[in-house]
Design a binder for this molecule. Structure first.
Ligand code: ATP
Ligand code: ZN
Ligand code: MG
Ligand code: MG
Length: 474
């Protein structure tokens, strides 16, 4: 990327989250991820260029040295920090402004630092040949997939209803979303096909910021505040139909919609349970057993026909769940340790560096957090390691999975004469059609040390709100 050749006309709005805005190149499979900050600060950038550069370098290091080792490097693309001309960034921000959803506009794009993260565009896979059907990409932000079992948990409800489901009540009560999502992460992470199917169906019904679909690198399905949801689903089915309707299954449109949606979800479940041929694929992760149901999920446990198989240990969901479980104390058990570190830093500010509070996120950081003693010896080093583990778990609770589907080359299959037979068999067995696929994990930013007190307050607000309004009765 040559700074003097940067032209805003080569880039277009791609999407955004709470922390960053993403633009994609119109021809090359690349995106730029730019930082955002609160609109009230728009006149006064909260950090210098040097600090912004450091922040993005920290994201790259955290992703490549820490998260990729925990989650599996085959899933991770860490990207690189780039410096951009300020005039380019300014023009870009004007260009994309009108495409941004109104509910995200409480933050503005950083136009002062000229720094960004350059990543491969995961929605426009390189293996796709332009002559074939466009690739589909499905983005799932699964959130936390387990119930805390820490002895420090003070409210019993936290061991029965998962954080996501409680948070839904809170968000609806506070007007963040109009309707509650019936998606429950414990269903998705269960490894049970029926429950996973159920979870994905509810992600589609109420995507909020947990589900998006891209076709040919364009977002074709996501939450749209105020839009007519039924229309949205109709248009989604219209997009999906050519990929999933095969043979002569055009019986009637109601039936085909159901078939198309089921096949689509089936493909996603299969991929999420796949192991990508890696090692340890058949070993099932049974750690999640015990209390693996959330009382708020509407999934009817009596419907389970096949017992839970658990997640294959090298599947993407298992890797994410294992990393999330580094939060073994719960915020309630972690907070006193955070406090110990905070006190220590007040007395010895220079220790911030040695304890790697704000990085560097290198090999030493990873080793420290992997060799943590289980017993608290009262030391600052113990406390800081637990805090680091908690922060890593928070990142794993906030990441997204991107599944890329590239329709298989049917003509290629025709040449070896198997295609027609195979398609008839697929049709008779109502098997979904073949795709080649890849799975990635994105959004692996380190969570700041100072965000921990906010986590405790949020936890208290969500739990007390749930007990007051939603809980039990809903
Ligand atoms: P969050 O609020 O979830 O923390 P964030 O502000 O950290 O989000 P990202 O999730 O990294 O930002 O990016 C925002 C969106 O941009 C993603 O949800 C995804 O749709 C898109 N995106 C990010 N990185 C890529 C990529 N490498 N390829 C394609 N799309 C991407
Ligand atoms: Zn739940
Ligand atoms: Mg995100
Ligand atoms: Mg993020």
């Amino acid at each position: 990327m040559e700074p003097d050749k940067m032209d805003e006309n080569d880039w277009k709005y791609h999407g955004e989250g709470n922390k960053s805005l993403v633009v994609s190149h119109v021809l090359l499979p690349k995106v730029l991820r730019l930082l955002k900050y609160p609109a009230e600060d728009s006149e006064n950038p909260p950090q210098t260029t040097k600090q912004a550069f450091r922040q993005i370098q920290n994201i790259v290091d955290f992703s490549s040295n820490v998260m990729s080792s925990l989650l599996g490097d085959k899933f991770i693309h860490s990207g690189e920090v780039v410096k951009l001309p300020l005039e380019f960034v300014r023009q870009l921000s004007i260009k994309v402004q009108h495409q941004r959803p109104a509910w995200r506009c409480d933050k503005v794009m950083d136009i002062y630092s000229g720094c960004a993260l350059c990543l491969p565009n995961l929605t426009s896979p390189a293996l796709h040949q332009p002559s074939h059907a466009a690739p589909l990409c499905i983005e799932i932000k699964p959130k936390c997939g387990f119930l805390p079992s820490s002895k420090h948990v003070s409210k019993d409800i936290k061991t029965k209803v998962c954080r996501f489901c409680m948070h839904q009540h809170y968000k609806v009560a506070n007007g963040k979303w109009k309707r509650r999502s019936l998606y429950c992460p414990l269903d998705l992470f269960s490894g049970n096909r029926q429950r996973m199917h159920f979870a994905i169906r509810h992600l589609i019904e109420e995507p909020q910021n947990n589900f998006k679909i891209f076709k040919d690198a364009q977002c074709i399905y996501s939450s749209k505040e105020g839009a007519d949801d039924s229309l949205d689903l109709t248009s989604l089915l219209h997009h999906l139909r050519p990929y999933f309707l095969y043979g002569n299954a055009r019986i009637n449109s109601h039936m085909t919609n159901k078939v198309v949606l089921n096949d689509f979800i089936q493909v996603l479940v299969n991929i999420l349970l796949s192991t990508g041929g890696g090692d340890g694929g058949v070993v099932m992760d049974r750690r999640g057993e015990g209390r693996s149901f959330c009382d708020a999920s509407p999934f009817n446990r009596e419907r389970i026909q096949h017992g839970s198989q658990g997640l294959p240990t090298s599947s993407v969901l298992s890797r994410i769940l294992q990393t999330q479980m580094l939060d073994s104390l719960d915020i309630e058990g972690l907070f006193p340790l955070y406090h110990r570190v905070e006190q220590h830093l007040l007395d010895f500010p220079k220790e911030r560096c040695r304890l790697q509070i704000d990085g560097p996120y290198n090999e030493a950081f990873l080793q420290k957090l992997q060799k943590c003693p289980t017993e608290d010896d009262g030391s600052v080093d113990y406390a800081v390691t637990r805090v680091h583990q908690y922060r890593v778990a928070m990142t794993a609770k906030d990441c997204s999975i991107m599944i890329t589907l590239v329709p298989s080359d049917e003509e290629e299959e025709d040449k070896d004469g198997l295609s027609t037979q195979k398609r008839i068999r697929d049709f008779l067995l109502s098997r979904p059609p073949a795709f080649s696929y890849s799975v990635s994990i994105l959004d692996l930013d380190p969570k700041p040390f100072d965000s921990i007190p906010r986590q405790l307050r949020l936890d208290q607000k969500i739990v007390s709100g749930y007990l007051r309004t939603g809980g039990g009765s809903a």
